[in-house]
Design a binder for this molecule. Structure first.
Ligand code: FAD
Length: 513
């Protein structure tokens, strides 16, 4: 056995293409817990616990299948990967290492550097974690000034044959059913505030308990308490999680997709991203499970199509954009936003109820659903003109499912419009009217959601109008917002003055909002 497969922490999929083409007789496996990868940013401790524990469980599974796994746990070593690969080569006289192309640039660069440091060649194989290859996406993006997710999504539906009729039409006669997916808090309450049973949390086993202790030791200043970690760390438990979602949450996933509730952070979302992103679950099997539920009459089309679109639409699209636009994408700042993050952004110590709850929830679990990421936190960062690299760093640190490939387009493109509209036709800016319609936050908030000016007015309101006022030249011809900007222009001068002055005050006092 002269060849070794290197399994990275987000390449834990059971159908790993190099493993599938090899055998325990021809290849060894090496797995390395890199402390420097875990400390590249102040990553949430639940993210680190998930990844290290899932790696250790995967190593056990592979050993049980007869593989020789050379496992290097977290240690004080500074260059763990280089040392582990060198020691492995020496011990087993390895002639080559094989790994799937890393999912992001920093890891790709690290591998390139390592390949120069050690004498054994490192071969990278095409990424098999996504349904659309980097080359296929490049063909889709070629010669386009801006990209529309919808176009890519339709192409993916056709390619994969998901929710398509035999004559090539979308099932149900439409590509999406979003008009059925916008129920707000009032509709939710009117429907009796439906609740799904809690997902199948997992008590940590001995392996996870030792990871928790090591994460505490090695990453003491990272957000979150690893002792409260309760997520699946094996494929079998992740499949249980998926099946529970399909049975209990999927049916209402569409209807309440945009809703935010203080009482129920998950609502009808799947919380599958942590498992999808490290390979414990596969995107196609999640879609097929949802479609099977629809075929069995257990989930309506608006829910199933909405869920499938998130996975083969948005997920593939943001990964494609990452590889299309990197490495320059991280420097994007089209709106020239240059303000620092507020001081309370890690503690949640703000009187804005929606921000306060989202941040506390993040500290505790590393998870908020999409609308909190986009329309509460993201909306605030956009309107508060926060510097894109700081925002990117913050999201990467606070979320359990964070990876460069998924954060870049979601943060820089979708929320901050920093890429000048490459992936979003307009910024997702909103006043408190949206937050009040979709959530139960505003009623108990220190700030008054119905006021546009004055010290107790909700900051989202005056900052929203300041945003369009400031960027009018860029957006006044945009068909999606030109009426809004024209409407603002017609407001009485005194009203505009009061709103803009309030926005200035809120920005000046941002650390004590
Ligand atoms: P559900 O609502 O149940 O959706 C199902 C799945 O669809 C998700 O698990 C995810 O895999 C996929 N999905 C949905 N929307 C997106 C999207 N915009 N981009 C990529 N995948 C999507 N997703 C991450 O996986 N990691 C991140 O670090 C991340 N950061 C984000 C930051 C911002 C500012 C925004 C606006 C979105 C971010 N997303 C990220 C996308 C999306 O919000 C999460 O995937 C989703 O909220 C995860 O929760 P869920 O599994 O309950 O999703």
């Amino acid at each position: 056995m002269k060849h070794t497969i290197w399994l990275l922490w987000d390449h834990l999929h059971h159908d790993h293409s190099i493993l599938a083409a090899a055998s325990p007789r021809t290849h060894r496996i090496i797995m390395i817990e890199s402390r420097s990868a875990g400390a590249r940013l102040r990553y949430h401790t639940h993210r680190l616990t998930l990844l290290y524990s899932a790696m250790r469980h995967r190593a056990e599974e592979l050993r049980a299948q007869g593989w020789h796994v050379d496992y290097h746990p977290l240690s004080d070593k500074k260059n763990a990967a280089a040392e582990a690969l060198a020691a492995h080569t020496k011990k087993y006289r390895t002639e080559s290492f094989h790994l799937i192309e890393p999912t992001d640039y920093p890891m790709r660069q690290a591998v390139t550097l390592l390949a120069k440091k050690i004498s054994t060649p490192i071969h990278t194989h095409p990424d098999d974690l996504f349904l659309c290859s980097r080359e296929e996406f490049a063909r889709f993006a070629k010669n386009k000034k801006r990209l529309l997710m919808e176009h890519h999504y339709r192409a993916m539906r056709k390619k994969l044959g998901l929710l398509m009729t035999p004559d090539g039409q979308p099932e149900g006669g439409a590509w999406n059913f979003d008009h059925d997916n916008r129920a707000g808090i009032r509709e939710f309450v009117r429907a009796g505030s439906p609740q799904a049973p809690p997902p199948p949390w997992c008590a940590p086993d001995a392996i996870t308990r030792s990871v928790i202790a090591e994460v505490k030791k090695y990453f003491p200043a990272h957000p979150g308490d690893p002792a409260t970690f309760r997520l699946p760390v094996t494929r079998q438990r992740a499949l249980d999680w998926l099946n529970h979602f399909i049975r209990h949450r999927l049916p209402l996933f569409g209807t309440y997709e945009d809703l935010i509730s203080q009482k129920d952070p998950l609502l009808f979302h799947s919380m599958l991203s942590p498992f999808l992103n490290c390979g414990l679950l596969r995107p196609l099997e999640c879609c097929q499970a949802a479609i099977a539920a629809h075929r069995a009459g257990a989930a309506p089309l608006n829910a199933v199509e909405g869920f499938v679109r998130q996975i083969i639409g948005w997920r593939e699209f943001v990964n494609g954009i990452y590889w299309e636009k990197m490495p320059g994408y991280l420097d994007a700042n089209a709106l020239q936003a240059e303000r620092p993050l507020p001081r309370w952004i890690y503690s949640g110590d703000t009187r804005m109820a929606c921000m306060h709850h989202a941040i506390l929830q993040l500290q505790a679990t590393g998870y908020t659903h999409h609308i909190q990421r986009l329309m509460v936190l993201g909306n605030f960062f956009l309107l508060a003109e926060a510097r894109p690299p700081d925002v990117l760093r913050w999201y990467n640190e606070m979320y359990i499912d964070s990876y460069d490939w998924v954060m870049a387009a979601n943060v820089l493109g979708m929320i901050l419009h920093a890429d000048g509209g490459y992936m979003a036709t307009k910024p997702y800016a909103a006043t408190s009217a949206y937050i009040n319609k979709m959530s139960d936050h505003c009623a108990g908030c220190h700030y008054r959601h119905a006021e546009k000016s004055g010290p107790r007015s909700c900051p989202f309101n005056s900052l929203f109008w300041r945003f369009w006022h400031k960027h009018r030249d860029r957006f006044s011809a945009n068909p999606r917002v030109k009426a809004l900007i024209a409407g603002w222009d017609k407001r009485p001068a005194a009203e505009k003055h009061a709103v803009l002055q309030t926005a200035d005050e809120h920005l000046k006092n941002i650390d004590t909002l």
